[in-house]
Design a protein around this ligand. Sequence first.
Ligand SMILES: NC(=O)c1ccc[n+]([C@@H]2O[C@H](COP(=O)([O-])OP(=O)(O)OC[C@H]3O[C@@H](n4cnc5c(N)ncnc54)[C@H](O)[C@@H]3O)[C@@H](O)[C@H]2O)c1
Length: 252
Amino acid sequence: MEKEFNKKVVLITGAGSGIGRAAAIAFAREGASVAVADITEAGGRETVALIEADGGSARFFKVNVTQAAEVEGLVRQIVETWGRLDITLNNAGVDNDMAPITETAEADFDRVIAVNLKGVWLCMKYAIAQMEKQGGGVVINTASALSITVVPGASPYNASKHAVAGLTKTCAVEYGKKNIRINAICPGVIRTPLLEKHPNLPALEAQLIPLHPIGRLGEVDEVANVVLWLASDKASFVHGALVTVDGGWTAM
Ligand SMILES: NC(=O)c1ccc[n+]([C@@H]2O[C@H](COP(=O)([O-])OP(=O)(O)OC[C@H]3O[C@@H](n4cnc5c(N)ncnc54)[C@H](O)[C@@H]3O)[C@@H](O)[C@H]2O)c1
């Protein structure tokens, strides 16, 4: 049977870890050629190795998504390698240091906005330009439940993810008629290596689980499944949407 993403070229930023890695492995398993892009070389190369061990096709691209020249170069290299770019998951992101706004450092605000907002803006700008040239594509941004609701102590992160929601909707309106489908996923708290490494995981979980009416945290594969569905033709009329994958958090 033909695999769902055979001959498709997929770019995933932040694919060296967590949600990005899970999506990269899932796309490769379905036949895609995956550009694994990350600022962290070790994590990115490990993702490629995992995909290749699984019989899939991937290549690592080192990129800092906050730098326009690097993102432009990334898209150019992908097209040089595979001839096109069909799907992009703009997923690289960072957390802020938790503090109320009066105690939040300007540098922390700048760092979070640079990666989570400017990084997504740059990736959209250069990926969409390529998709326009080739006559279509699919863009998915990793937003957050914190694109819809907020947690106190996270003013830079909340603001960056609310802005990604606005960016997603703006570009969906701009590019819908050009056969470029653009959506965002809004995950709740997902078990990623970062969370697993927390020194007091049980206490943290006791705080976070009650945010989710489903009664548990999410797994990376549960997010990857939604990304693949959104990227597929099964979601052909889903456009400009903020798709929650949050165990009901934002329903509360
Ligand atoms: N894990 C969660 O609970 C959760 C919930 C909602 C949204 N998200 C969002 O999902 C996305 C992925 O998060 P994750 O939990 O998998 O995190 P993660 O830390 O496991 O992975 C993020 C990856 O992004 C990379 N990265 C960071 N800055 C970069 C830069 N400037 N250029 C290129 N790559 C860079 C990191 O090296 C890392 O590999 C983020 O946008 C995050 O905000 C995560």
